[in-house]
Design a protein around this ligand. Structure first.
Ligand code: HEC
Length: 344
C-alpha cells in the first residue's frame, strides 16, 4: 500500500515505466483498482462454433431461441462456459483441429472505471500451464506473443451483437474454419485484403448474402461496394476492437471490424500488461469519445455489450478463449449489467 501511494506522487513518465500493469494510467491519472468492484467470468474454448453454427438447429441446441425469441448466449450459458469449453477443446463438438493439452477455460477478472473522458479497464487471469502443443513449427503459432487480450465493444447497431457479443464477427469461412476458402481462391473477394492468406472477422452487414446452413457457409466473397461500407462505418455499424499483445514489452492495437478486421498499433486504446506471479495483469485506457472512425463513442449512464478474448500459449487466429456477451455499464446498473464501471 505504501508502495502504491508513493508511486502516485511520481511524474507521469516515471509512472508509465514503473507502475506497469498495476494501474491503468492515461492523461496523468492513476486508478486505485483495489477500490473498484470485480466482475468475474469464465472464458471458454469455442472451437468452430461460428455465427452460422449458432443459428443452425442441427448444430446448436439454442439456435431457435436465439434466432426466433431473441435470447442471448449469456442467458442460457453464462454459468456453464467451463463445461462447454471441454466439449470443443477435446474435439467432442465443433472442432476438427484439436490442440493436445489446451485448457478448456480461463477464469477472467474484469474491473472497469471511468471519468469525464476516459474508460479504464483491468483484467487478470492465470498464466497458462504451457503444456499445450499448438500445431506450428516449434509449437508456437505466434512466437512473439505469449498472450494477447482483446476487447470488443458494440455500439448497438450490429446485427445480433447485443445477443451474442463477438459471434456476429466470427464466420464459418474465416481462417482455419470449416468453410475457409482455399488460398488460390482468395482473390475472388473485392474490397477486403486477403494478401495474408486468409479471411478475417467480418460483420453480416458488410456482405450482400450469408449462407447459414448450406455449404460453403458464410459470405466472405460477397463484400458490399465500398460506398456502402463507408456509409456503415459512418453510421456506427461496426464492432470496436482493441487488443494487447505481450511481446516487445507490450503492444497496444486499436481498430474495428466491418468488412474485415482492421487493427493498428498505438491508434487509440493504450494497454499495459505483465505477468505478476502466476497471473497476467493487463490494463487499458481509452477515450470515451475519440472521434476516430471505428471507435464507439461511450456515454455516462449507458450500457454496452462487450466481449473478451484471450490467446494464451502463443496461439494465433481462432485458437483462443472467449466470453459470451457481457454488459458494461458506465454508471448504469441493473441485474443484466455484469461489469459496473466505477466513476472516479
Ligand atoms: C435458449 C438457450 C440457448 C441460447 C440462447 C444459446 N444456446 Fe448455446 N446451447 C444451448 C443448448 C440447449 C445447447 C446444447 C447443449 C448440449 O447438447 O448438451 C447449446 C450448446 C452450445 C455450444 C456447444 C457446447 C455444449 O455445451 O454443447 C456452444 C459453443 C454454444 N451453445 C454457444 C452459444 C452461443 C455463442 C450462443 C449465443 C450466440 C448460444 N449458445 C445461445 C442453448 C442455448
Amino acid at each position: 500500500m505504501i508502495y502504491r501511494s508513493a508511486l502516485k506522487t511520481l511524474s507521469v513518465a516515471a509512472c508509465a515505466l514503473t507502475l506497469g500493469a498495476g494501474s491503468a494510467m492515461a492523461a496523468g491519472k492513476t486508478i486505485d483498482w483495489a477500490k473498484v468492484p470485480e466482475a468475474k467470468t469464465v472464458l471458454f474454448y469455442p472451437g468452430q462454433t461460428s455465427f452460422e453454427w449458432i443459428q443452425t438447429g442441427t448444430d446448436h441446441g439454442g439456435a431457435r431461441s436465439f434466432t426466433k425469441k431473441g435470447d442471448n448466449c449469456a442467458g442460457c450459458h453464462s454459468e456453464e462456459t467451463a463445461d462447454m469449453g471441454k466439449k470443443m477443446v477435446t474435439g467432442q463438438k465443433a472442432e476438427t483441429m484439436v490442440i493436445a493439452g489446451k485448457r478448456a477455460s480461463i477464469p477472467l477478472s474484469i474491473k472497469a472505471a471511468y471519468d469525464s473522458d476516459t474508460l479504464y479497464m483491468r483484467f487478470a487471469f492465470p498464466a497458462g500451464p504451457h503444456n499445450a502443443v499448438p500445431f506450428a513449427d516449434g509449437g508456437k503459432m505466434d512466437p512473439d506473443n505469449e498472450i494477447k487480450l482483446a476487447m470488443m465493444i458494440d455500439g448497438g447497431a450490429v446485427d445480433k451483437a447485443k445477443q451474442s457479443g463477438c459471434w456476429s464477427s466470427c464466420h464459418h469461412d474465416a481462417r482455419d474454419m470449416p468453410s475457409a476458402p482455399k488460398k488460390d481462391a482468395l482473390g475472388a473477394a473485392k474490397g477486403i485484403d486477403t494478401s495474408h492468406g486468409y479471411v478475417t472477422k467480418y460483420l453480416p452487414e458488410s456482405r450482400t448474402a450469408i449462407s447459414l446452413k448450406d455449404d460453403p457457409r458464410g459470405g466472405w466473397d460477397k463484400v458490399k461496394p465500398q460506398a456502402e461500407l463507408d456509409a456503415l462505418l459512418k453510421n456506427g455499424t461496426f464492432l470496436d476492437l482493441s487488443r494487447f499483445k505481450s511481446g516487445k514489452g507490450g503492444v497496444s492495437e486499436d481498430g474495428y471490424i466491418l468488412a474485415e478486421r482492421v487493427l493498428k498499433e498505438n491508434a487509440g486504446a493504450t494497454y499495459t500488461g505483465k505477468k505478476e506471479g502466476d497471473q497476467w495483469v493487463v490494463t487499458m485506457a481509452r477515450k470515451l469519445k475519440s472521434g476516430q472512425p471505428g471507435d464507439v463513442a461511450m456515454e455516462d449512464g449507458k450500457t454496452y455489450t462487450v466481449g473478451f478474448a484471450v490467446h494464451d500459449d502463443y496461439v494465433a487466429g481462432r485458437f483462443h478463449h472467449v466470453s459470451v456477451d457481457m454488459r458494461l455499464g458506465l454508471g448504469a446498473s441493473g441485474p443484466d449489467v455484469e461489469i459496473k464501471a466505477a466513476k472516479q
